[in-house]
Design a protein around this ligand. Sequence first.
Ligand code: SF4
Ligand code: SF4
Length: 376
Amino acid sequence: MGEPQFIPRVPYGTFSEQIHTRSTQHQQVVKAQLELTYRCNLHCRHCYTDPYNNPESLPRELTRDELYRLLAELQDLGVIWLNLSGGDIFMHPHFFDVYEQAYRRGFLLQLYTNGTLFTRTVIQRLQAMPPFTIDVSCHTVNEARFDWFTQVAGSYRAFLRGMALLRGSGLPFTLKTKLMNWNKDELNDLRTFTESFGQSFGYSTSLSPRLDGDCSSLTHRISPEDLWVIGQQKSASEQDEACHAELPLGRPETDRLFRCGCGTNTIHINAWGELSTCTFQYESRVPLRGLPLREAIAKVFADVHKMRYHDDAPCRSCTVHRFCDKQPTQARWEMGDRQAPIPYDCDVAMTRAESAMHQTLVHPLKRHSQGEQHSS
Ligand code: SF4
Ligand code: SF4
């Protein structure tokens, strides 16, 4: 018998950073998002999955056995972080069967939920097999607005009951806020609520079209002007664009249509078993009901890597691209062309860039039209 071999212990942050660096370099998939269902007890006005939360769409969803098979394939692939999302995960009729199977396979499990469906039983079952983290959405702490936004009376009270159970559970969780045009004045209340759980407050602002291409959800976007005002009120530590400020402005190095990291180390599987690189990448999708996961990934990644910007597309030469959240599929749904700039994203990118760089910049669309005039 040789000397016993010990696996070295490293802090989680070091482990995570090393895995992310290596997996990005070698295009090894280590993260997966699995949408278990489009069922949800709420109907939030900005929700992108809500069009498929109906009896006609539910038969298309993956069965429990298909989910089991996928979990085995994900483990075999080397996936470490597995995000289970919906709809709301607790509306899935076999959620705990799938969850416990995933837990036993050793994934670090991240759960997304609206927080209204926690019961003592749900909490106890999670405590028996704790997830890595639970992300709970919280867009308002005003009862009337909460119920208006979710379109379900009593949902705010259910949310508060759920949060009270979660607070005392010892389970790891985070509150997530989307800042929109209707809740922007609640910033301080949302901050106070979040901090009452011992958490630091943060928010995101990007909204997406619905999964059937309907763009009405975008009417809830916060205006770039309001974002500017709110940005000016932030403390230095809250300036999430600050990291971008260290790099000079310049046109993108690559002509790839997906500059966001799509096609490197992350996959997304929707409730119908279709593989993609992320929730909103609809330019290449493969149904997993007909293909092993590894083959499907090879096909989707190759497709995504092949997609390129035309030389004359404004996004190809945009100097504020690092501050921009534009998604090509969203551009196709909103503007009719995946190469096209999304004016809202341009405005937001400008706001962020000027705020981070402390200088006045030329708007990407104005700059482009000036460039065209000069060259014509
Ligand atoms: S809780 Fe989530 S899944 Fe349910 S309607 Fe709201 S945004 Fe959609
Ligand atoms: S800011 Fe506008 S032009 Fe620049 S990458 Fe974003 S959408 Fe394209």
